[in-house]
Design a binder for this molecule. Structure first.
Ligand SMILES: [Zn+2]
Length: 266
């Protein structure tokens, strides 16, 4: 094993081979909804070794997280027009973290930004043994019939827990603080989230290491208390507590690494 690594003090374009892996649990505080007729945020999957599990595709989770980072930086007056999907500004903390394609962005930059946030499928802990379905249309008050079924809905039961691993490439204290703060701001999953899918995220710990060492696939085979033993407690990371200032810092720093003519055009 290497000596203990540290986060970087500055941003650079080229990767420097340090990975901050943040392990977190997502616990449903209410049922989450899977609708049969929509591209889902929560799905069921059968693994050869793990058996039947609920899963959350990273693409969906990342989309939620990115929107949260964006709304917060808009609140702070940073790149207030930057928006998914075709309106990326290519020069804000959020674009730096989650990446973007210059050509398809409204900024039409000649450069792309590689995502510094890497993820993987979130997997439920323990086997999926309690799945209930119901149909979604209203019951007529007169005769209590439901008439034509519109769609079937699958409920992921309250208290289902998922394990997730978010990996931050070339972490700086500011980027780590932004990521962890927004993990804690994610409070809903699944479909129909105005009514359903309330959840809470508990960051279990981290590893700062020269490779991606942890995976949800391996961790999902362990109970929660054992997962915690695989990581260092988050308090050891000494996260910066002024997250607003972190956004502003990163917003300054990013200008120094963007191609010169692009930064000038601001
Ligand atoms: Zn942006």
């Amino acid at each position: 094993m290497n000596e203990a690594l540290e986060m970087f003090k500055d941003l650079q374009v080229l990767a420097r081979g340090v990975y901050l892996q943040i392990v977190f649990a997502v616990k449903l505080l209410d049922d989450a909804i899977i609708r049969s007729n929509e591209p889902e945020e929560v799905l069921t999957f059968r693994y050869e070794k793990l058996g039947n599990r609920f899963i959350i595709p990273w693409r969906k989770f990342k989309g939620k997280l990115r929107r949260l980072v964006m709304e917060k930086q808009r609140f702070l007056g940073i790149s207030t027009d930057c928006a998914l999907k075709d309106n990326l500004c290519m020069r804000c903390p959020c674009c730096l973290l989650f990446g973007g394609t210059g050509e398809t962005s409204s900024a039409k930059t000649s450069y792309n930004l590689l995502s510094r946030v890497l993820g993987e499928t979130l997997i439920s802990l323990g086997n999926m043994n309690d799945v209930s379905t119901y149909t979604a249309n209203a019951v007529s008050e007169e005769d209590l019939t439901t008439g034509q079924a519109l769609m079937s809905i699958l409920k992921v039961p309250v208290e289902t827990e998922f394990v997730g691993v978010l990996t931050l490439r070339d972490p700086t204290p500011e980027l780590a603080a932004i990521v962890c703060d927004n993990l804690n701001r994610l409070t809903r999953l699944g479909a129909s989230t105005r009514e359903w899918g309330k959840c809470e995220i508990d960051i279990l710990g981290y590893q700062l290491i020269d490779r991606e060492n942890l995976s949800t696939y391996a961790l999902a085979q362990l109970p929660l208390d054992k997962i915690k033993k695989e990581v260092n407690p988050l308090s050891d990371l000494k996260l910066l507590d002024n997250v607003d200032r972190c956004y502003r810092e990163v917003n300054e720093q990013i200008m120094r690494i963007l191609p010169a003519q692009k930064a000038k055009s601001k």
